[in-house]
Ligand binder design. Structure first.
Ligand SMILES: Cc1cc2nc3c(=O)[nH]c(=O)nc-3n(C[C@H](O)[C@H](O)[C@H](O)COP(=O)(O)OP(=O)(O)OC[C@H]3O[C@@H](n4cnc5c(N)ncnc54)[C@H](O)[C@@H]3O)c2cc1C
Length: 400
């Protein structure tokens, strides 16, 4: 899509581009290029640079550290970040928890938790899903009983299991949904608790995903003692926070700028690869049609995202339209991964994480495509599955 940018906006783009070029940590770039699993320090390296610059949380209100950028500046920022293939700050603290803290938290909670999120000093994980509570999240069973301890202070004693906890192996703290009133209607008896992952009784066990990575975990909570002041918002009203957080989570999943970048890469691959007829794969009518359909869908999604961004800048939080962004964004990401693998054909097959590379078989650009494709199946499941998003659209947008 061609947008007209003002001279100031073009200058901003140059400033962003130069900043990324001059400051992106070389050790992170090298690790990304090698495809090796990232360490905790590397995950946080770019986050910390952005925090010093004041650019880590463009969507936060200015008073808490937001950049006060216009929707167009935010758009330019995401385009330039995608073009430079930077590793975005982890979403759990910056995009998911922080809006809950500055919207529903007390002044003490804002002062205590927002700086650590902003500076990348505290790593957060999300403890929502349970083995029996995914799509039907409100049926969660992890229990928190309120007690007064010998020191006279009030605590919750938390027992239960969370699952699919992304990067929980690195987390310092987690935000958890727990049941504080077992007798109330499912949504009405839930509270939103912040739990120090180093508390006695918290244990984390890896789940290994399809492509061999350790990205998700089971988290067990066994008589974990949590001070009552770590609860955000009122007791039994955590569902309000949970829903607000999910809307922020979903709009972040769309990944339009990164899909545009990946579409460009797909074109390059398809220009190099040969079709059965002898020309480039991109000159093959069937393949070109699939690429064109993707591009049309991506452009339409880009307009929808810009509308959402414009709405947010006029004070409107992300609403049910974030479900549309989530569905279309993740479908496009998955189609891009499938087409890239289709383009390299059997050269995609030798990918094995244990080998760490294609062992010299096939072109460099084939490396990692099979792993990306397998790993990318998750995007239509997490953040609320795409089937559930369709239910939300039916109810909240179409009024069915
Ligand atoms: C890689 C990955 C990372 C994740 N990270 C986290 C995390 O950090 N923290 C966290 O809390 N959770 C996380 N999740 C969990 C995620 O939110 C859940 O997997 C998701 O909500 C689906 O729940 P479920 O897996 O229990 O599937 P289920 O709810 O059992 O659903 C199974 C299937 O049935 C369909 N289905 C269920 N109900 C309906 C319905 N009413 N109408 C139509 N179709 C329906 C679903 O769409 C799905 O296809 C992660 C998941 C993955 C895969």
């Amino acid at each position: 899509m061609n947008l007209d940018f003002s001279p100031e906006e073009n200058a901003f783009r140059q400033q962003v581009r130069a900043f990324i070029k001059d400051n992106y940590p070389p050790e992170l770039r090298a690790a990304q290029d090698s495809g090796e699993p990232l360490t905790r320090e590397l995950y946080l390296a770019w986050h910390k640079v952005l925090a010093k610059k004041g650019w880590v949380a463009p969507s936060w209100p200015k008073e808490f550290g937001g950049t006060d950028w216009t929707p167009t500046q935010k758009y330019i920022w995401s385009e330039e970040s995608a073009a430079a293939e930077t590793l975005p700050p982890l979403p759990f603290g910056v995009n998911m928890l922080a809006p809950v803290v500055y919207t529903f938290g007390t002044e003490e909670q804002k002062a205590k938790f927002l700086p650590g999120i902003y500076n990348g000093e505290v790593w957060w994980c999300q403890g929502y899903s349970e083995p029996g509570a995914g799509s039907d999240l409100a049926s969660l069973k992890t229990k928190a009983e309120r007690v007064t301890a010998d020191d006279g202070k009030e605590y919750y004693i938390v027992n239960g299991q969370k699952t699919w906890t992304t990067l929980g192996q690195f987390a310092d703290w987690g935000f958890f949904l727990v049941r504080t009133d077992p007798d109330a209607k499912p949504q009405a008896g839930i509270s939103f608790l912040l739990i120090d992952m180093k508390s006695p009784g918290v244990s984390v066990r890896p789940i290994i995903t399809l492509e061999g990575g350790h990205e998700v975990n089971d988290v067990f909570l066994d008589n974990v003692k949590v001070p009552v002041e770590n609860r955000i918002f009122h007791e039994n009203q955590g569902w309000t926070c949970a829903k607000a957080l999910l809307a922020h989570e979903r709009s972040g999943i769309a990944g339009v700028a990164r899909s545009k970048r990946n579409l460009e890469k797909l074109r390059q691959i398809a220009t190099t690869e040969r079709s059965d007829a002898g020309g480039s794969l991109l000159s093959d009518a069937f393949f070109r049609r699939k690429v064109a359909e993707l591009e049309i869908d991506l452009t339409a999604l880009e307009f929808t995202e810009l509308r959402t961004l414009a709405g947010e800048s006029s004070g409107k939080g992300p609403g049910p339209e974030s479900s549309i962004l989530k569905i279309k964004g993740t479908e496009i990401q998955q189609r891009l991964q499938e087409l890239a693998l289709e383009a390299v054909g059997h050269y995609g097959a030798p990918f094995l994480r244990d080998l760490g590379h294609n062992a010299g078989v096939g072109p460099d650009y084939a490396e990692g495509l099979a792993g990306d494709m397998f790993n990318g199946r998750k995007t239509s499941i997490y953040g609320g599955s795409n089937e559930i998003q369709r239910n939300i659209i039916a109810k909240m947008v179409l009024g069915l």
